[in-house]
Design a protein around this ligand. Structure first.
Ligand code: SF4
Ligand code: SF4
Ligand code: FES
Length: 237
């Protein structure tokens, strides 16, 4: 392997023109120490092949737009160092989501599922003059959940979601459901639990924990799902 070059095989597919997907090989100079995979993709886009299509925005692991499958594991291109990746690096779109073009997937269903858990504060009491206060302990309950950037890496790594994604909400939406159940300011626990208590929406999780391994923010959707289940059990008593 030439140490100055990164080799990549990238999934290419334009459903409007191509009969089927193909992998395309590229070689990119290793331009700097700590170079990230997004730098390599940008180099291809700007200097080699302007037709390569992918999403990105912040470049810093914040916006969640460049989730993709990298050597078989979902992750964010912008925080994945190229050094250390097995080459040629195999880059594919997030699994289980329809491909719009190349590495760009259709996230409509993913975000519809997110919206279905009503990810906003529900509290009928009149708003206080300044803000609804939380104690430090109540605020700490949200740690490990508010950091989610909705990149979809977890949901797109979940076999239960691949097979039953039309009915199973998937780890990202369920993590957010738990985030609002745990918010001390929210008053809609019962309605939220009623909506989740369903053999598919919640209980299709088989605890395989792919979601946790895929999360670039090191969050734990499996724990969130278990916490919702425990809450439902306690409610039945
Ligand atoms: S733990 Fe549950 S949600 Fe996470 S990948 Fe496995 S089946 Fe999917
Ligand atoms: S839980 Fe992690 S992997 Fe899943 S959407 Fe949020 S940040 Fe992305
Ligand atoms: S470009 Fe925003 S998270 Fe990677």
């Amino acid at each position: 392997m030439n140490e100055q070059v990164i080799q990549l095989d990238i999934y290419r597919y334009n459903p409007e023109k191509d009969d089927e997907p193909r992998m395309q090989h590229y070689e990119v100079p290793l331009s700097k120490k700590g170079m990230k995979l997004l730098d390599a993709l940008n180099h291809i886009k700007w200097h080699i092949d302007g037709t390569l299509t992918f999403r990105r925005s912040c470049g810093e692991g914040v916006c969640g737009s460049d989730g993709m499958n990298i050597n078989g594991v979902n992750g964010l291109a912008c925080i994945t160092p190229v050094e250390g990746l097995k080459q040629p690096v195999q880059i594919r779109p997030l699994p289980g989501m329809p491909v719009i073009r190349d590495l760009v997937v259709d996230t409509t269903h993913f975000f519809d599922q997110y919206r279905s858990v009503k990810p906003w504060l529900q509290n009928a009491r009149p708003s206080p003059e300044q803000e609804r206060l939380q104690s430090p302990a109540e605020r700490a309950e949200l740690d490990g959940m508010y950091e989610c950037i909705l990149c979809g890496c977890c949901t797109a790594s979940c076999p239960s979601w691949w097979w039953n994604g039309n009915r199973f909400l998937g780890p990202a939406a369920l993590l957010q459901a738990d985030r609002w159940l745990k918010d001390s300011r929210d008053e809609a626990d019962n309605e939220r639990l009623d909506q989740l208590e369903d053999s598919f929406r919640l209980y299709r999780c088989h605890q395989i924990m792919n979601c946790m391994d895929a999360c670039p923010k090191e969050l734990n959707p499996t724990k969130a799902i278990n916490d919702i289940r425990r809450r439902l059990l306690l409610r039945r008593r």
